[in-house]
Design a protein around this ligand. Structure first.
Ligand code: PGA
Length: 247
């Protein structure tokens, strides 16, 4: 089955207005020509309004990096999924390993956030991935399977939910799993999604962790890899476009 790839950029806590606007402008221009993939940028919350304005009504999509589970209320520093939608977002990343680690987010928290995304009409990009010691122990499928089962929102469909497999040890390190390891894990996740969801065969499963223009074709060519979640290399237009063009 052919699934349209999604190339998503996670800017993390990087860029200020001028650089964000110039990067967005270049990506939006690139996406003005019809492409055989979707492209999404996820800036820090404070830049979303400006980035969405720069992206305009074209096909470059904008997303958040996190959201709160509630619609509104006394949650200092948090942002609701509805607020992201209001600012022009079409998607939000939830459960990134940096959130799971830095903010102690459990699968239940991630699931609640993903359900908030669906409630607001956003696509939930649910991140999962094992640590290096978990892979060394050979329990990576147990860990990732548990995260998928525990974080998948109720009401998930292939239209509103994306899974991003990001081995924690590959994020920002320049290290990537072998193509065979990626194939085995994506195959495992695909099987799990088809068990859990009626249209699980169509859900996009992204790979993330040190994706660069030089390794993108290899990683994106693996069966059941339906796009990439890119950190560092999404901050440079030519690198991010190079990755997208390899899909
Ligand atoms: P990286 O980050 O591409 O810089 O490894 C990926 C991510 O954390 O989403």
């Amino acid at each position: 089955m052919s699934i349209r790839p999604l190339i998503a950029g996670n800017w993390k806590m990087n860029l200020a207005t001028a650089d964000a606007v110039s990067l967005t402008g270049r990506l939006a221009e690139h996406m003005n020509t019809p492409r055989n993939y979707d492209m999404l940028v996820c800036p820090p919350h404070v830049l979303i309004g400006k980035v969405a304005e720069t992206a305009g009504k074209g096909s470059l999509m904008v997303g958040g990096q996190d959201c709160h589970a509630n619609v509104s209320g006394a949650h200092t520093g948090d942002v609701a999924a509805e607020m992201l939608k209001d600012q022009g977002c079409g998607a939000v990343i939830v459960g990134h390993s940096e959130r799971r680690t830095d903010h102690g987010e459990s699968d239940a928290t991630v699931k609640a956030k993903a359900e908030a995304a669906l409630r607001a009409g956003l696509t939930a990009i649910v991140c999962v991935g094992e640590t290096e010691s978990e892979r060394d122990e050979g329990i990576e499928q147990k860990i990732v399977g548990g995260q998928v089962a525990g974080s998948l929102p109720d009401g998930a469909t292939s239209e509103n939910t994306v899974i991003a497999y990001e081995p924690v040890w590959a994020i920002g390190t320049g290290k990537t799993p072998t193509v065979d390891d990626v194939r085995v894990m994506h195959d495992f996740i695909r099987n799990q999604l088809t068990d859990l969801m009626s249209d699980g065969a169509k859900v996009r499963i992204l790979y993330g962790g040190s994706v660069k223009p030089g390794n993108a074709a290899e990683l994106l060519g693996v069966e059941h890899v339906n796009g990439a979640l890119v950190g560092g290399a999404s901050l440079k237009a030519e690198d991010f476009i190079g990755i997208a063009e390899a899909s």
